[in-house]
Write a protein that binds this ligand. Sequence first.
Ligand SMILES: CC/C=C\C/C=C\C/C=C\CCCC(=O)SCCNC(=O)CCNC(=O)[C@H](O)C(C)(C)COP(=O)(O)OP(=O)(O)OC[C@H]1O[C@@H](n2cnc3c(N)ncnc32)[C@H](O)[C@@H]1OP(=O)(O)O
Ligand SMILES: Cc1cc2nc3c(=O)[nH]c(=O)nc-3n(C[C@H](O)[C@H](O)[C@H](O)COP(=O)(O)OP(=O)(O)OC[C@H]3O[C@@H](n4cnc5c(N)ncnc54)[C@H](O)[C@@H]3O)c2cc1C
Length: 666
Amino acid sequence: MEAEAAVDYLVDERSKAQFDIDAMKIIWAGGKHEFEVSDRMARLVASDPVFRKDNRAILDRKELFKNTLRKAAHAWKRIIELRLSEQEASKLRFFVDEPAYTDLHWGMFIPVIKGQGTEEQRKKWLPMAYRMQIIGCYAQTELGHGSNVQGLETTATFDPELDEFVIHSPTLTSSKWWPGGLGRASTHAVVFARLITDGKDHGINGFIVQLRSLDDHLPLPGIIIGDIGMKFGNGAYNTMDNGFLRFDHVRIPRDQMLMRVKQVTREGKVVQSDVPWQLLYGTMVYVRQTIVADASCALSRAVCIATRYSAVRRQFGSQNGHETQVIDYRTQQSRLFPLLASAYAFRFVGEWLKWLYMDVTQRLQARDFSTLPEAHACTAGLKSLTTSVTADAIEECRKLCGGHGYLCSSGLPELFAVYVPACTYEGDNIVLLLQVARFLMKTVSQLGSGERPVGTTTYLLRLEHLLQCPCDVQGAEDWLKPDVVVQLFEARSARMTVACAKSLSKFSKPEDGFMDLSADLVSVATAHCQLIVVSKFVEKLQQDIPGEGVKQQLEALCSIYALSLLKKHLGDFLSTSCITSKQASLANDVLRSLYSQVRPNAIALVDAFNYTDHFLGSVLGRYDGNVYPKLYEEALKDPLNESVVPDGYHEYLQPVLKQRLRTARL
Ligand SMILES: CC/C=C\C/C=C\C/C=C\CCCC(=O)SCCNC(=O)CCNC(=O)[C@H](O)C(C)(C)COP(=O)(O)OP(=O)(O)OC[C@H]1O[C@@H](n2cnc3c(N)ncnc32)[C@H](O)[C@@H]1OP(=O)(O)O
Ligand SMILES: Cc1cc2nc3c(=O)[nH]c(=O)nc-3n(C[C@H](O)[C@H](O)[C@H](O)COP(=O)(O)OP(=O)(O)OC[C@H]3O[C@@H](n4cnc5c(N)ncnc54)[C@H](O)[C@@H]3O)c2cc1C
């Protein structure tokens, strides 16, 4: 009886939607074709028993890893059998939803050769990598240095006699430590090392190094290699073989140095090509951009679970003869709906960032390097902002699901454990925000010299206006005007940037100022990145948005995104005199009415993500809302429930119980 009632809750919820959900699915997917590919790949994975994942929390590390190898091999087999395109194959791997060595092979090893290899090197290595005749990883981080790439210690010393490099780990701290896929699977790595010729250090560069034999997978001479051990969470990221690696004078031919940025001639002369040296960091720009796109996936997944469960779950009160659906509590809405809005916001900023990355790549090919600093600042900043918000949001969604959110069968603990390292890998989020702040300070300092800010910093051209313009909100409805909101976020970011630049100018050494003011600089960078997300959401809404009611829903979500940020960072807006307390109070009223507007559409808005139950991996987030019977089913599958009397009863429980009986008799 109760189970049927739960199913009814979501049917009823879906009937309340005020927009065309199929049109929204296409907007979310980024186009009709993208939707079709994504939908087909999700179903393909969900219907294949090899890709089951409900047992990850109870497998031990060895079983877990072997199972990941099995899934990756099966995925590859299906990709070949079905002749999947690159786009389809990458979607298929995404829906397999298990961190694996293939992520690094396709996501970093191939891109680093593409971006930093010469044409000849690309011709030699990429076909083998595309066919998976070699498996590669990205070996940059060391035991002693991750954030500080210039501090890496591994050496690549040129030996002109034999026309070879000698790769060596001179200290314990120079051991490579963390690279995914390195521990067990990779046959090759792009290793970042200090280039030494004729006793001179020329800074870091990438080198292709074979690690294991292609015949029996044994490490090659001079290579010490292994897995770095269990990581946070049970199953979670432990499917990945993050590894360590030491080199004992390992020799590689000269042509295995990636030579797009720097070349070493046969005589050992180092030649710097005319591309900026920062292209050595280019793979990180590429991956940071993909991480932003992925943030909306992880966030939307958690929000989908929490929203569906909030509609099924009832506590207290009275609503048509039942207790109240927890989604109807204002507190639940004020915690959940900003996260729903953020999922959409991150989706659109991710789409835009992909475009920005493609644009900078095309310019680089045409030898226009002018937009590289902006691309670096945007990818670094948005990677930092979106992953921090998403990691916190997954945890908030767990709490929004009450006690049941803490069960592995809710899908949320594993999602959190897998996701949270995104705040650290590919650049620690604070270190990356400091890069954005540095870029902003430089941009502001160059304003006087006639240098025109580009792209996302163009607003700084209107600095004089932004430093004194009042916020144009007289009545509550003004808060729904996109241009009013965007200008407000611009004013806040501009005022915080200028205040920090002024404080910095008081230091005789800029590095000292940067150290002392770093916490404020991080706030400045955050404000700038939030402005980017808000304005890209607004720009998206200026495009043609087909489908009945779709645009109205997105407008409401855009306003929720911006106004909930305003509420969260009210201190910034008030202390920079961007708004008055009266305007803040009006914004709060508007937020409440926006929550009421979204409420009947909430389930349809998460259905638009088009996630299968397999991908969600959550009893609480099931499409049919049939939560309670399925929670029982999952509980009964636990190994502890295999026998009625537990293992260990005779050894450890019975003696205790007997002793208690004796005590009672005394
Ligand atoms: C499709 C799926 C893809 C992948 C798989 C997905 C998930 C798998 C899971 C995990 C993968 C994780 C992989 C990794 O973690 S790899 C290791 C990542 N490591 C880092 O991110 C290190 C972070 N550190 C740095 O990037 C740098 O050390 C630094 C913090 C930027 C500092 O650089 P440094 O040279 O010492 O000093 P600066 O003076 O700050 O910079 C000099 C100069 O260069 C400019 N700059 C910096 N970075 C870049 C860049 N990336 N692109 C362009 N320009 C850059 C910087 O602004 C400065 O410019 P100036 O003009 O001011 O001189
Ligand atoms: C799951 C996972 C997968 C990974 N995969 C790979 C991989 O495939 N290949 C690879 O090469 N690496 C990989 N890494 C390594 C990863 O890139 C680094 O861990 C990351 O760049 C952070 O560097 P760190 O560990 O040196 O942190 P640290 O720099 O030691 O950070 C420690 C603390 O110091 C703070 N801090 C550091 N510098 C500053 C500063 N200048 N100002 C203020 N605060 C500062 C940080 O904010 C942080 O709080 C992976 C890491 C993880 C967790």
